[in-house]
Design a protein around this ligand. Structure first.
Ligand code: ADP
Length: 165
C-alpha cells in the first residue's frame, strides 16, 4: 500500500479552530498531513511565517501523523517535493467556492497528478477566518473557543508590542 500524504496550505495568520477542525478530519483520511505555511512576509502578516509555523507545530503534537512546513512558490511544485498526492482546502461558504474552484483547476492543469480535496468544517467555525480573528481581537473581543489558548497568548503579546511601538 502506498503512503498517502496530503498538503493543507494557507497563510494561517494565525491558526484558528476552523483550520484545526479541517486538519483533524484530514488526519484520518491520509497517512500523513503536512500543514504548509505560506511564506508571504511581503504582505506584512501579523506573524512571520516562522512564528506561524511554530504555533502550529506546538498544536500538532497531539496528532503524530501531522507536521508543519513552510513553502513559497508554486504550490503544486511543493506538493511534488513532499511526495504528496492531494491538496486539502477548507470551504466555509459558497463565497469561498469560486476562487477555490479556479485555483483547483489551475493546479490540476499545472500538475494532473495532484488532486484537490475540499472539506467543510463544523458549522460553528463556518464564519471564522484569520482576518476576522485579528480584527475583532484588536477591538478586545473574547475569542475563547475560536482560537487555541496558546494562539490567544501570542495575539495578546503581538498587539501589546504593536501598541508600544
Ligand atoms: P484564512 O485567513 O481565511 O483563515 P488561510 O489562508 O489561512 O485563510 O486558510 C487556509 C485554508 O483553510 C483555506 O483552504 C481556507 O479556506 C481554510 N479555512 C480558513 N478558515 C476556515 C474555517 N473557518 N473553516 C474551514 N476552513 C477554513
Amino acid at each position: 500500500m502506498s503512503h498517502r500524504i496530503a498538503v493543507y496550505p494557507g497563510s494561517f495568520d494565525p491558526i484558528h479552530h476552523g483550520h484545526l477542525d479541517i486538519i483533524e478530519r484530514c488526519k484520518d483520511l491520509f497517512d500523513e498531513v503536512i500543514v504548509a505555511v505560506l511564506r508571504n512576509e511581503e504582505k506584512k502578516p501579523l506573524f512571520t511565517s516562522q512564528e506561524r509555523a511554530d504555533m502550529i507545530d506546538e498544536l500538532l503534537d497531539r496528532w503524530p501523523n501531522c507536521r508543519v512546513e513552510r513553502f513559497s512558490g508554486l504550490l503544486v511544485n511543493f506538493v511534488d517535493e513532499m511526495g504528496a498526492c492531494a491538496v486539502v482546502r477548507g470551504l466555509r461558504a459558497v463565497s469561498d467556492f469560486e476562487y477555490e474552484f479556479q485555483m483547483a483547476l489551475m493546479n490540476r492543469r499545472l500538475n494532473p497528478r495532484v488532486a484537490t480535496l475540499f472539506m467543510m468544517p463544523k458549522e460553528d467555525y463556518s464564519f471564522l477566518s484569520s482576518r476576522t480573528v485579528k480584527e475583532v481581537f484588536s477591538f478586545g473581543a473574547n475569542l475563547k473557543g475560536l482560537v487555541p489558548e496558546s494562539v490567544l497568548q501570542h495575539l495578546k503579546r503581538r498587539f501589546e508590542d504593536l501598541q508600544e511601538a
